[in-house]
Design a protein around this ligand. Sequence first.
Ligand code: SF4
Length: 72
Amino acid sequence: MKTILQTQKCFGCGACATACPKCFEMDENGKARLKNATLNPETNEQELETKETNCIQEAANACPAQCIKVVD
Ligand code: SF4
């Protein structure tokens, strides 16, 4: 299972960090950061392998820009 954060679409509302502070935080530019993620240089997206979705799915549901994807 992989979580992908499309940072280009993030407008910094903070909903993901509120829904799932274990996995999301806001960076110094006011954009979301997926903790411990790696940056895909081709897509400029943050990617993180996860064993369970825990609150990540809640964060994805809460994101108004729909820039958090959870994929198998
Ligand atoms: S909820 Fe979405 S738009 Fe809001 S800070 Fe998180 S990733 Fe960005």
